[in-house]
Design a protein around this ligand. Structure first.
Ligand SMILES: CCCCCCCCC/C=C/C(=O)SCCNC(=O)CCNC(=O)[C@H](O)C(C)(C)COP(=O)(O)OP(=O)(O)OC[C@H]1O[C@@H](n2cnc3c(N)ncnc32)[C@H](O)[C@@H]1OP(=O)(O)O
Length: 281
């Protein structure tokens, strides 16, 4: 079985090592017994999603698919932040070409993770606003540690989440809750997220969360993988196809939107109010 053999494992580790110039931003390990992979995001300090991290996540997902991964646990090396979402400093006064690539890679990550043939679980071991919540929502199951926040707070920053992400939220928590949450840009505490179904289980430690994640993945041990993945594709395919059809158009409108001075002003205000690190004037 792919990934189970030492040769495949070595190939995958070399691939990751060679890919990244500053050390891997995603660390992948494979449990040889279960065949489950754990991908740990490790871009200091908050796994904010810049082009480099997004590219590495995208390549990791591609390799997992190619190597017939039996299940994925997505988590963070930080014990405070799962992912802080898009790198807000890279969105401020940006280079249009770079953010074009950034948005297109974000779309790729969503397509590959949301549409993966293998089962996926997010172990949300820290805060997960915006793009962090997106990564968790793309997985099939979410186990979250206590005392963190999760949600799509895009409205607070001055934009709307894209349609495919809105659909992901709607499919997870229902239309009415999604409308309340998205229009107010609500960030939910772990217990609140559990109550509305944004997360599936709460754990007290990362070890317990991993155990719960593995228990979820093990549910599929006796289901023929092709039957499982065909069913997942049937359930998620329309959402993915809608984005695939609209991909280039969405990139164009995103670049126009982000480079507009009105958005830049509201982003600047958000950073000054909410982040410790300030903008250089
Ligand atoms: C059609 C198309 C339409 C357009 C449609 C567009 C749709 C977009 C969809 C997705 C959008 C997004 O993801 S937008 C991203 C939204 N993200 C956020 O709102 C998160 C903002 N951050 C936070 O709330 C907090 O930092 C949080 C993550 C909870 C962690 O809090 P803590 O107290 O533990 O840590 P802090 O001290 O705040 O942060 C630690 C360090 O990380 C930095 N940091 C924190 N968040 C950061 C971030 N997102 N980007 C960069 N850097 C960040 C801080 O400046 C600190 O830097 P140092 O002081 O140097 O250490």
């Amino acid at each position: 079985m792919a990934f189970r053999t030492a040769r495949n494992l070595a190939y995958f580790s070399n691939y990751i090592r060679n890919y990244s110039t500053n050390g891997p931003l995603v660390n992948v390990t494979v449990n040889e017994k279960s065949g489950f992979a754990t991908a740990t995001l490790q871009r200091p300090s908050v796994n904010s999603l810049n082009l480099e991290l997004l590219t590495e996540i995208s390549h990791t997902l591609q390799q997992l698919e190619k190597n017939k991964c039996r299940g994925l646990i997505l988590t963070s090396a930080s014990n405070k932040v799962f992912s802080a979402g898009l790198d807000l400093f890279e969105l401020h006064k940006p280079n249009a070409d770079k953010i074009k690539q950034m948005w297109s890679t974000l779309q790729e990550v969503w397509i590959k993770l949301y549409g993966s043939s293998y089962p996926t679980v997010a172990v949300v071991n820290g805060h997960a606003p915006a793009g962090g919540c997106m990564l968790a929502l793309s997985c099939e199951y979410r186990v979250m540690l206590n005392n963190f926040i999760i949600g799509l707070n895009e409205a607070q920053i001055g934009f709307s989440a894209p349609m495919w992400l809105i659909d992901g939220m709607r499919n997870t928590i229902g239309s009415r809750q999604a409308e309340f949450a998205l229009t107010a840009g609500t960030l939910f505490k772990t217990e609140e997220a559990l109550k509305i179904g944004l997360v599936d289980e709460v754990a007290q430690s990362k070890e317990e969360a991993i155990e719960k994640a593995e228990k979820f993945l093990n549910k599929f041990a006796k289901i023929p993988p092709h039957a499982r993945s065909m069913t997942k594709a049937a359930l998620r395919g329309a959402n993915i196809q809608a984005l695939v059809r609209n991909k280039d158009e969405e990139v164009r409108s995103y670049v126009d939107f982000v480079t507009d001075s009105q958005f830049q002003d509201s982003l600047g205000e958000f950073i000054e109010l909410n982040l410790k690190q300030k903008l250089s004037k």
